[in-house]
Design a protein around this ligand. Structure first.
Ligand code: AMP
Ligand code: TRP
Length: 388
């Protein structure tokens, strides 16, 4: 696993145009060469995706989007390629109203741009526009052991299977009636999303680590069965791996949280951000220390600042909060830092959402390029498998 760390985005957020400015990624994080799969060297291809489930929150931003932006703005060899996808097919695993899905897709794409992803260097596209994802997904699903998929924690939590299965007296058929195949095979499609570009690096939040292990397993199974086609993609994590809910710092920040104050969204006004942070659950101990076990609320706010500034938590505590006795002052400082970081992101989001034609053009060009890239990989796959 690769960790992005250190000073790459120290300057980010300080200047008004930081969103479009040159954020740096330490070379240790972005990794120097392409990944190796069974002895073969691959060009560096960075691939990641986000579900269109509304405007991104601070967890999406610090766990994924900001890292995408940083990586895409740091060209190492000039041969890196970046693919970032609005994974709309994945979103169908939990049914959505069609009009709502359409709107959420635009919002997700606008969040990519607003977060500072380099639009000239990156291929931004909608997953469903690139048919190769589903074709490779089928081929991989013919290799994917059900037992491995059954171990995925996301599948277990979203299917509620544990709960359903515990209802006494139900036979297997009625238990499974309410559980959909798409949710179960979700990680196979995710593996295909990555492998169909021969992805070598995948920047994601910590909750995706297990899915990426499965991706490597499937790549290896394919390579063993049909010859060496796929690299084994590396997981790229930020040091702030998980941003927690402001209402319950033991749970991750999530769009599905019932409390409106649990998450900060990229579109929240300065006042809304300040209010949510003021109401964030902390504790009654004076002063600021980083102690995720003993003081999860305070620590999670420190992590937010560390994520924004790209600095270690200890350094953040020392430089920003050393003399901070009251939680009121602490929260005020955190809020100032978050507001300054998100203000230009929000402005850019609004600009992009107001310009329909721009977003349409960007996604159209992205789909064309993604199709061209995947066509080459799929030709190799079909040949290897014997489909052509
Ligand atoms: P999703 O909205 O679930 O499609 O997530 C998109 C990206 O954001 C993935 O890389 C996730 O790992 C990341 N992510 C989601 N929630 C969080 C969180 N609370 N903290 C850090 N990263 C997150
Ligand atoms: N499963 C990821 C999530 O919920 C989204 C995703 C789909 C993804 N395909 C991907 C992430 C490919 C990285 C690469 O966040």
């Amino acid at each position: 696993m690769v960790r992005l760390h250190g000073s790459h985005s120290r300057a980010a957020g300080r200047v008004a145009d930081a969103v479009r400015g040159a954020r740096r990624v330490s070379s240790a994080g972005a990794a120097s060469a392409g990944a190796v799969g069974a002895g073969r060297q691959y060009e560096k291809r960075i691939m990641s995706g986000m579900q269109p489930t509304g405007v991104a929150h601070l967890g999406n931003y610090l766990g994924a989007l900001k890292m995408w932006a940083d990586m895409s703005r740091t060209v190492e060899s000039g041969r890196e390629r970046f693919f970032f996808s609005v994974v709309d097919l994945h979103a169908l695993t939990l049914p959505k109203e069609p009009g709502q899905l359409r709107e959420w897709k635009r919002q997700a794409a606008a969040c990519f741009v607003a977060a500072g992803v380099h639009t000239d260097r990156c291929v931004l596209f909608e997953q469903s526009r690139v048919a190769a994802h589903t074709e490779l997904s089928w081929i991989l699903s013919c290799l994917a052991p059900m037992g491995l998929l059954n171990r995925m924690t996301q599948w277990k939590s979203k299917s509620n299977l544990g709960e359903v299965a515990s209802i006494a007296g139900q036979d297997a058929e009625s238990v499974l009636r309410g559980v959909h195949l798409g949710l179960f095979s979700y990680p196979v499609l995710q593996a295909a999303d990555i492998l169909v570009y021969k992805g070598t690096h995948v920047p994601v939040g910590e909750d995706q680590v297990q899915h990426l292990e499965l991706t490597r397993d499937l790549a290896q199974m394919f390579n063993r069965a049909y010859g060496d086609v796929f690299p084994l993609p590396k997981t790229v994590l930020t040091p702030t791996k998980r941003i927690m809910s402001l209402r319950d710092p033991t749970k991750k920040m999530s769009k599905s949280d019932p409390s409106a104050n649990a998450a900060i969204y990229l579109t929240d006004s300065d006042d809304a951000i300040a209010r949510k942070i003021r109401k964030a659950v902390t504790d009654t101990v004076a002063g600021v220390t980083y102690d995720p076990e003993g003081r999860p609320g305070v620590s999670s706010l420190v992590e937010i600042v560390a994520g924004i500034e790209g600095r270690p938590v200890e350094e953040v505590v020392r430089t920003h909060f050393a003399g901070c006795e009251s939680h009121r002052d602490f929260k005020q400082k955190v809020s100032d830092i978050v507001v300054a970081e998100l203000r230009p992101v929000r402005a850019e989001y609004e600009r992009v959402m107001a310009d329909r034609a721009y977003l349409d053009r960007l996604l159209e060009a992205g789909a064309t390029e993604a199709c061209a890239t995947t066509a080459k990989v799929m030709a190799e796959v079909r040949e290897a498998v014997g489909l052509s």
